[in-house]
Design a binder for this molecule. Structure first.
Ligand code: GDP
Ligand code: ZN
Length: 462
């Protein structure tokens, strides 16, 4: 039951040079358009079976200029990404060639796709629901295996299933309430109905709260944990950063087309992506004294969700160290006592008067000792040691979080209403609202504009 659409086309591979480039078409006329530009002897693409790939050439349909030697994949709907007919033309990966092939199919009748339009069609054609569509975006952007796993599990529909069950629960309750109201001749019907509403609203609310509890973790997996490496000059900040980077844990991402649009550095710590604040500052070692001014640290600390505060334990603690301790007091922090390979001068007892002993870890960065403990401590701080749980679904999307929070509010209004003895039909309105809000997560009740806006965040060609 695909809805009728025009045929769209876009380059689906990332911009730039690559081994191959893919121009993708989707829509009723995808095959027809491909046939106008494809040639290999007398071979006709429309005679070929679905889900097959064909060697050939792309020619300009009017000038007959040969544009590229290609492989063309034919996938007829509905067993495709969009449920429509899809053609994928694999070109030689140059930017110019791929663009030219795209222009040629556009000239032959396809329309240039908007960002995310392929996925939008998958949604509109009912192949995936909205939370799954959003997961596609997260899979594309995932920074660690764990983040990827989370997105994929959402793509599988884990979250959707949870939400659907809750909506079903609400729907059944609403239906039961209707029935009760229709048979007012029974005794105690008011009382029973109120009791039912109270119970069910409470149950659903508990469920939603439990889903929301995973939100903080989900956000970390998705966006990375903003992390500041702080300490006096020469304590080992650059060394720690370099160690993360050298051990091949660094991922430099250029998140194009997103709100951030900057190059950020991530390191993968046992599945937790740390988004490092001001790595440029840590890297530039020349002007160390100037840059480590407490004011600068202050700014980094403010932005940070996690502070790695490094001390040099071969030296006594200074006023500046104590100042940094104070500045980071209310942050999630680990205190790293570096250079344990040298003779210890730092007064640990004095330090422990000021800080939680569990947050203090001795290491030698140059000798690579204690680093594993640091990594475990980071995981424990934010996941209470639970990152190993492969099948947990972490909710991570801000839109979902906000909808779930609003639905909790509506459910609380149901509970309050009953407790205040409000008429059942008024309470029903709040319960219905909770049902609607939950439906927005999966896209079962959602306005057109919102859909357009959501899909426009995708990359081109997806
Ligand atoms: P930053 O100024 O805080 O970035 O400190 P650096 O990372 O540049 O390190 C300053 C000096 O301390 C360098 O010479 C490092 O080699 C040295 N260093 C770093 N970690 C250790 C360690 O664990 N043991 C010893 N002995 N030296 C270290
Ligand atoms: Zn440095």
């Amino acid at each position: 039951m695909a809805i009728e659409f025009d045929t769209i086309a876009a380059i689906s591979t990332p911009p730039g040079e690559g081994g191959i480039g893919i121009v993708r078409l989707s829509g009723d006329e995808a095959l027809e358009i491909a046939e106008k530009v494809y040639k290999l002897g007398n071979k006709r693409l429309s005679d070929q079976p679905s889900h097959t790939i064909h060697y050939g050439n792309i020619y300009h349909p009017k000038t007959n200029e040969k544009i590229d030697e290609v492989m063309v994949t034919i996938m007829r709907g509905p067993k495709t990404y969009t449920r429509e007919d899809i053609i994928e033309i694999n070109t030689h990966g140059g930017v110019h060639v791929t663009n030219k092939v795209l222009q040629t199919v556009l000239g032959a009748g396809a329309r240039l796709a908007e960002p995310g339009e392929f996925t939008k069609r998958a949604f509109l054609n009912g192949r995936i629901d909205l939370s799954q569509a959003e997961a596609v975006m997260d899979v594309i952007r995932a920074k660690t295996d764990k983040a990827m796993h989370n997105a994929i599990s959402q793509l599988d529909g884990n979250l959707s299933q949870l939400i659907k069950n809750l909506r079903q629960e609400i729907l059944e309750t609403l239906a039961q309430v209707e029935v009760n109201i229709d048979y007012p001749e029974y005794d105690d019907v008011e009382e029973m109905t109120s009791q039912l509403l109270l119970e069910k609203a409470g149950e659903v609310k508990n469920h939603v709260e439990r889903i929301l509890e995973t939100a903080q973790q989900g956000k970390i997996l998705r966006d990375g944990l903003a992390t500041a490496i702080i300490g006096r000059p020469n304590v080992g900040k650059s060394s720690l950063l370099n160690m993360f980077v050298r051990s091949d844990k660094a991922i430099v991402t250029d998140i194009a087309g997103t709100t951030r649009d900057v190059i950020e550095e991530f390191v993968n710590v046992k599945g937790v992506p740390l988004r490092l604040i001001d790595t440029a500052g840590i890297r530039e070692t020349e002007d160390e004294v100037e840059r480590i001014g407490v004011i600068r640290s202050k700014k980094e600390i403010e932005q940070a969700e996690l502070v790695l505060l490094i001390f040099d334990q071969s030296q006594e603690l200074t006023d500046e160290d104590f100042e940094l301790l104070e500045l980071t007091e209310n942050k999630e922090r680990l205190i790293i006592l570096n250079k344990m390979d040298l003779i210890q001068k730092l007064d640990v007892d004095k330090l422990l008067e000021k800080v939680d002993p569990n947050s203090v870890i001795s290491v030698s960065i140059t000798e690579n000792t204690g680093i594993n403990e640091v990594e475990n401590a980071i995981v424990d701080l934010f996941f209470e040691g639970k990152t190993g749980e492969k099948d947990a679904t972490y909710i991570s999307n801000i839109r979902h979080i906000s909808l779930l929070e609003q639905s909790i509010q509506s459910l609380e209004e149901v509970i309050e209403g009953i407790e205040l003895g409000m008429p059942v039909d008024l309470v029903q309105i709040d319960l219905t609202r909770a049902w609607d809000l939950l439906g927005e997560v999966t896209g079962d009740s959602i306005q057109d504009e919102l859909i357009t806006q959501l899909f426009s965040q995708f990359c081109l060609g997806k």
